[in-house]
Design a protein around this ligand. Structure first.
Ligand code: BG6
Length: 490
């Protein structure tokens, strides 16, 4: 494992400091960076929220969160002491212009340090918070602002938010986070494609039959029903994580890793996505909503029970997407994500075409086309299935066997999770793993076409049992094209 490089001093302000994201992801990530001594002693973390409480009370809240989200073996009294030494809490309604005085007392001007404002709040508050920071004189040349997804609920609202934030911060200081881009296995996509001579010559419609991207979750909406119900799976997962994954799979090689080189290639993919219309939305998309069922033998309630009422939000979506360009014409990208599926598993499947002719004869067994399985989580790894002769006598028999790279077996150390990496990138001012405004806009343009088509075709979510792979139409989406979801084969 490479050494951790310390980052320059910073002040890191988290708005929404008592929210789910801060407790579940941000504070654990910062704790791990403390443990690995990546933060200099004088750097400070300031959590902000409306809850009226003291710094000591906030520390108790974070201690409780870390017990839940960090394994016991990784918790250490000495690290905790250092961490709380830099962690303060400020009670503030950041949507109101007055009251920023206490926050400003915590911020250090002296050493030109990076000042990060992380907006882990509802996006509807982003504009007001930025304006108030500016009015309070807290925006200086060393600031960066981090925006959590989803930015808006459609293209128009995203543009409004981006305009409001852009009125205070220049584009190169705005870090739109998509935590999937911070995952090691996602970053490895570029290395796999562009660091090996093997794949790129085959990475096109001549050799690729289709691509599948699945992010299955066994959890439900986990107390976030209020947010989730206004969002649904399409906005929550596809507008951001899926389209970023699709871009990394489909884009042309960038000339270098410079952030704009990569983003320029990604945006071309987003703009090449074929819009979905009311005429084809039923053939190309599936909406589902879970009902009660069982996961690992444990009964779980349905979405309406968790929500406390009926709803039209989809908790599962499957889409046949098409990238209309020279490389990908005629190659479907099947996307699927859902809550309360049988297991947690995210993977990208590159299904290659079959060889044109078998020289082995019928008795040898069926020749199966090569398949590259990129496992994003859990059990990160890459598997390439290849046809192999079964050793021994008894005639020529063939079998598809995987070449298997497992991260856990190959890289034994713990590596930082996505948020740890991304938070330190913000401090360093490195935006390459963050989304540029035009990417968000292009992604929304395609999502808006689906939302409008669902509306026009009056397409409501179909029920599926918790613990299943979704409504039958999800399987039919591929079956109509004579294909199957990868998991359906095991
Ligand atoms: C978030 C979504 O962005 O990603 C959640 O809002 C989802 O609904 C989560 O559960 C999945 O992230 P991960 O890293 O667990 O795959």
């Amino acid at each position: 494992m490479a050494d951790t490089l310390p980052v320059n001093p910073f002040d890191f302000v988290v708005f929404g400091g008592t929210g789910d994201l801060a407790l579940r992801k941000l504070m654990p990530a910062l704790y791990y960076r403390e443990r690995d001594r990546q933060m200099t002693d004088c750097s400070r973390i300031i959590a902000v929220s409306r809850t009226d409480q003291s710094t000591e009370q906030y520390h108790a809240q974070i201690a409780h969160a870390l017990e839940q989200y960090i394994p016991e073996a990784d918790r250490d009294a000495e690290v905790w002491k250092r961490f709380t030494g830099r962690l303060s809490y400020v009670t503030l309604d950041a949507t109101k212009p007055d009251g920023f005085g206490e926050l400003s007392r915590y911020l250090t001007e002296a050493d030109g340090r990076a000042r990060v404002f992380y907006l882990a709040t509802s996006p509807s508050l982003f504009g007001a918070i930025c304006r108030n920071l500016d009015a309070a004189g807290l925006v200086n040349g060393s600031c960066r602002v981090v925006l959590e997804k989803p930015i808006g609920t459609d293209r128009a609202s995203a543009n409004r938010i981006n305009d409001e934030v852009g009125a205070v911060f220049p584009e190169d200081r705005i870090f739109r986070i998509d935590h999937y881009l911070g995952k090691e296995s996602v970053q490895n996509l570029m290395v796999l494609r562009f660091g090996n001579a093997l794949f790129e010559p085959l990475w096109n419609s001549s050799w690729v039959d289709h691509v599948q991207i699945t992010v299955a979750e066994s959890i439900g909406v986990e107390g976030r029903a209020d947010y989730y119900d206004r969002s649904g799976a399409l906005r929550d997962m596809v507008q951001n994580h899926f389209l970023q994954l699709l871009c990394l799979v489909a884009m042309e090689p960038p000339a270098s890793l410079h952030e704009d080189m990569i983003r320029n290639e990604k945006i071309k993919v987003l703009r090449a996505l074929l819009p979905i219309t009311a005429a084809d939305v039923k053939a190309k998309t599936v909406r589902g909503q879970y009902r009660s069922g069982a996961i690992n033998g444990k009964p779980v309630p349905g979405y309406p029970e968790e929500l406390g009422g009926q709803s039209n939000a989809e908790t599962l979506v499957a889409i046949k997407a098409e990238v209309e360009n020279w490389r990908w014409a005629g190659v479907p990208f099947y996307l699927r994500t859902g809550k309360r599926m049988p297991t947690r598993c995210s993977e990208i499947i590159i299904q290659f075409k079959a060889v044109p002719h078998s020289v082995f004869g019928k008795g040898a067994g069926e020749l199966q086309a090569n398949r590259l399985v990129i496992r994003l989580q859990p059990d990160e790894g890459v598997k390439l299935s290849i046809m192999t002769k079964v050793p021994g006598p008894g005639g020529l028999r063939l079998r598809s066997v995987p070449l298997n790279l497992s991260y856990a077996e190959t890289f034994k150390d713990r590596y930082p999770d996505a948020y740890e990496r991304l938070l330190m990138d913000v401090v360093r001012g490195n935006p390459s793993l963050f989304m540029r405004r035009d990417e968000v806009d292009a992604a929304w343009a395609w999502i808006d076409s689906i939302l409008a088509a669902w509306d026009e075709a009056d397409m409501k979510p179909e029920p599926y049992s918790a613990g299943s792979w979704g409504p039958i139409n999800s399987a039919l989406l591929l079956a109509r094209d004579n294909r199957r979801w990868h998991d359906a084969e095991f």
